[in-house]
Design a protein around this ligand. Structure first.
Ligand code: NIG
Ligand code: FE
Length: 409
């Protein structure tokens, strides 16, 4: 196993706080900043972290260590994108143009475009094509500093393509989520008829391939009763539960998530006061997707109210071809600070340890600390807050994944 020493960092920053998971309230903003710092990785784990002047004392023998000069750079933990849709074919550039001319996302969806147009293109790819597309999307995520990511299926909605999507995500290094209830595909007359098929034919084969299950609970997709049926079956099959909820309408996603002990409810652009209070009092995390709200010109989720009420929040890209065509968590952090009124420290916690919590891996991912995964991002910036400050900036200079340089600009 090789050891990698990143030395002379202008700053190193990591979520701090009480250590309780997920971070909430004031803890969300508690980050530790070390100036003139080093990180020593031993294989896939971090061995030591400290200030350069303590290096000799902490580390001792530096023989057989590969060195990386961090001067003028800031290290943040490898970013964790806990909500992406990377398994798709074609694109939605035509729809993007129609939306620019005034058509709404929901109108396009109701007219059989939107998600269903991507379903047709994804089914046409085949297993090799799908693997190639997911690998390409994973490379885009890495260039933006994402070292850990969740990837949903949901653009196949037939047995073969759903399973191929889950396998492609795993092969590309992601954590697969079976988004088996994303839309009702055209060969089924109703959402209930589709769910009969999905739960009897797909779930038994999808469950061993996936880490979690997800449903789009929304008018025009699945209602609360259908979402409950889907999630209860998935939970019984051992999958962690996620929901797309309150994107356009508040249709019962938060109460259902709390009742079923889901990991998260994601979107929340339409969440009102009652939903904020219910979520804040629960163990369910709210995953905020401001790039999606921006891309669709929708209201932003009530992030400040959620944090101030004590809710656990994470931030993610929602990368997909229709509602959020971006793979950049630094850009999401910029939106968090400018549109959601979070501080850079709150945004950092939300794209690292809290996002890892949503994926069930916060014990080992999302922090720069001994024993944690040796995943780091070196920012070409004099202050770590450039992560959010440099809007759409090209600041990711080096990405270390599992103790190895996985990307260098
Ligand atoms: O999270 N809202 C549902 N699913 C995705 C969008 C999918 C698409 O438009 O292709 C989302 O925004
Ligand atoms: Fe999504």
């Amino acid at each position: 196993m090789t050891r990698l020493l990143v030395r002379g960092l202008a700053q190193l920053v990591t979520p701090g706080g009480s250590g309780k998971l997920p971070r909430r309230g004031h803890d969300l903003a508690a980050v530790e900043v070390l100036d003139d710092a080093f990180v020593l990785c031993d294989g896939e784990r971090i061995e030591a972290v400290g200030r350069m002047r303590e290096l000799a004392q902490i580390v001792g023998d530096l023989a057989e260590v590969e060195e990386l000069d961090g001067s003028g750079r800031c290290a943040v933990p490898g970013l964790v994108d806990c909500h992406t849709h990377p398994a798709w074919g074609g694109d939605r550039v035509e729809e993007f143009s129609l939306r620019a001319a005034g058509a709404s996302y929901e109108q396009l969806h109701a007219a059989g475009g939107g998600i269903l147009s991507t379903v047709a293109a994804t089914r046409a790819l085949g297993a090799d094509g799908l693997r190639e597309r997911v690998a390409r999307h994973a490379a885009w995520l890495l260039r933006h500093g994402t070292t850990t990511w969740e990837g949903k299926s949901g653009y196949g909605l037939d047995l073969t393509t759903e399973l191929e999507s889950l396998r492609a995500v795993r092969t590309a290094g992601g954590s697969p989520t079976w988004l088996g209830a994303h839309a009702v595909p055209p060969e089924f007359a109703s959402a209930d008829a589709y769910l009969d098929f999905a739960l009897s034919d797909v779930l038994p084969e999808a469950a061993p391939l996936a880490d979690a299950a997800d449903v789009f609970l929304e008018r025009g997709a699945f209602d609360a009763a259908q979402a409950r049926r889907f999630l209860e079956a998935c939970g019984a099959a051992g999958l962690a539960l996620r929901l797309h909820g309150d994107q356009f309408t508040e249709s019962g996603a938060i109460p259902l998530a709390v009742e079923l002990g889901a990991r998260s409810v994601d979107h929340l652009e339409a969440t009102t006061e009652g939903g904020v209070a219910t979520l804040a009092a629960s163990g369910v995390a709210g995953v905020l997707l401001p790039a999606s709200a921006l891309f669709l010109d929708r209201p932003m989720p009530p992030a400040r109210a959620l944090v101030d009420a004590g809710a656990a929040i994470a931030l993610a890209t929602d990368f997909n071809p229709g509602s959020s065509f971006t793979t950049s968590l630094p850009f999401v952090c910029s939106l968090a600070c400018t549109q959601l009124h979070l501080s850079p420290a709150e945004a950092l916690t939300a794209v690292t340890v809290n996002a890892a919590h949503v994926l069930g891996i916060a014990d080992r991912a999302g922090r720069i600390a001994p024993g944690c995964a040796a995943d780091l991002v070196l920012l070409d910036a004099p202050d770590w807050r450039y992560l959010a400050y440099h809007l759409a900036g090209d600041i990711v200079e080096t990405v270390v994944k599992s103790g190895r340089i996985a990307y260098q600009r």
